[in-house]
Write a protein that binds this ligand. Sequence first.
Ligand SMILES: Cc1cc2nc3c(=O)[nH]c(=O)nc-3n(C[C@H](O)[C@H](O)[C@H](O)COP(=O)(O)OP(=O)(O)OC[C@H]3O[C@@H](n4cnc5c(N)ncnc54)[C@H](O)[C@@H]3O)c2cc1C
Length: 507
Amino acid sequence: MSDAFTREEVAVLTPYVTSVDQPIYALKNLPEEVVAVLFAYYSRSRESLRRNLLKLIRDQDIDLETRFKASALDEAELADAREKARQFHEKWVVGYGHASVAEHAVVHLAVEDVSIIATKIIEDTRLASYTEKSTRYVLFDSEKFFRVPRLMQSPYAALYEDTVRSLLNTYVTLVPRAVACVKARVPRRPTQSERAYETACRAKAYDLLRYLLPASTLTNLGLTINARALEHLLTKLLSHPLEEARAIGTAMKLEAEKVVPTLLKYADYNPYLAETTQAMQALGHELFAEETPLETPSVSLVRFPVDAEEQLAAAILYGHTTVSWLQVVERVNKLAPVQRQHIIDEYLRRRGPHDQPLRALEHLYYTFDIVLDYGAFRDIQRHRMATQTRQELSTRYGYSVPEDILAYGMGDVFHACMGRAAEAYNRIAETFPLEASYVLPLAYRIRVLFTWNLRELFHFIQLRSAKQGHVSYRRIAQEVYHEIERVHPTLARYIGVDLEDYQLGRL
Ligand SMILES: Cc1cc2nc3c(=O)[nH]c(=O)nc-3n(C[C@H](O)[C@H](O)[C@H](O)COP(=O)(O)OP(=O)(O)OC[C@H]3O[C@@H](n4cnc5c(N)ncnc54)[C@H](O)[C@@H]3O)c2cc1C
């Protein structure tokens, strides 16, 4: 039963909870760390959250009014209020004994004017939500690129700046021509407004020209993240070998601490992370520096469950039995293939286009070794229900040449840009192998190991093969599908893949 509150108590609570008499309610107007504290009480207190909130306010453990008026306080009062808040959170959140409480405090961070390279480092943290400037709908600025401090202080400064600037200038300069080519190829439909047609043509042109954007291009990113994941992200950034990542980590921490002053306490340079990375780099170099990569298809399925149908049928049934896993497997293995197929069919056949496949598919794992252009990687990396390990962006795997670039007669200028970038990369990489990646455009290819469970593969293939997707990752999604179809055709047929080629299609 819900608490009964006096009229005075109701007046105190009302600004902070959406209901004072229902057992389910939302919290509002509370600092993020206070929310974390209130939820932490659930594990230690017999009282309801509202009762504990009243107690906190009454005992002046948290002075909400002072905190809200913080901007009106003088420096001494502010310092006093901050110290009180710090002590309080030290006691109740940090002292709680488990970092999970920090997950109830959420921070929204705007991260602007960071390189595409940096966004990939940030987005490597999966327990967060991101939205990033689109390469399809926004024209990037030719002067907005990251000046890598180590390069700018080196003899490569001019080479770096000139190369990046020339890539961005070519990108901007080619826009009108690319738009005209798109228009010449795909006329406006009678039902399409002039404005919609113009937008669609521009989007198509930006999609095409993005291959020229250097990885140092500055972009914007919004992220929503809980304090526990943020602490982890900050630690990774502060321990990263790239200066830009460390600078972003420092700035993020400074700003985020204004929202969650106590919970990021342990976010710092972590020698374990930094030194392990260095040690693994040394080992990788020692063992493989002399080897050249074998020619492989762009998408190779390198590991998959050999008995996928048996495993899946058993995983589907397990929750609906009262016996052990081994018993379920044994029974399922004795079934005829058609019976196993029936189980899988019953599990998957009711799924509509907007329904997620159900959880049993998560018990099956597939690992792919994929060589893809950095632009496609930029997009595919955003799928968080996966384990991804990438190599550094380099010239080793060459670059993708979009068919439309050739069709529109831009092949020469495109190849010249790629050649110039490679030349700059190779020179800079002799001294600064990590920083050299900033000079390479999104067309350059990178090798990434992806481990996906089958449920995420259903989602990834359906979303990324869809018509509205960019041609670069559509192809990857289609090839991933074909690999699954090759080894597990009876499972692949439930995947909603779009295998059409829309290169010449409608806008
Ligand atoms: C055509 C197209 C255009 C796009 N344009 C942009 C763009 O302009 N800018 C941009 O930033 N991104 C863009 N994206 C990327 C998109 O926003 C997603 O970030 C990306 O596709 C990852 O897929 P997902 O969100 O479905 O989640 P995944 O990470 O693949 O996770 C799988 C599923 O798990 C669930 N899930 C995972 N994490 C969470 C979470 N934290 N909270 C709630 N549910 C979760 C969701 O149900 C999700 O669908 C675009 C994608 C497409 C296909």
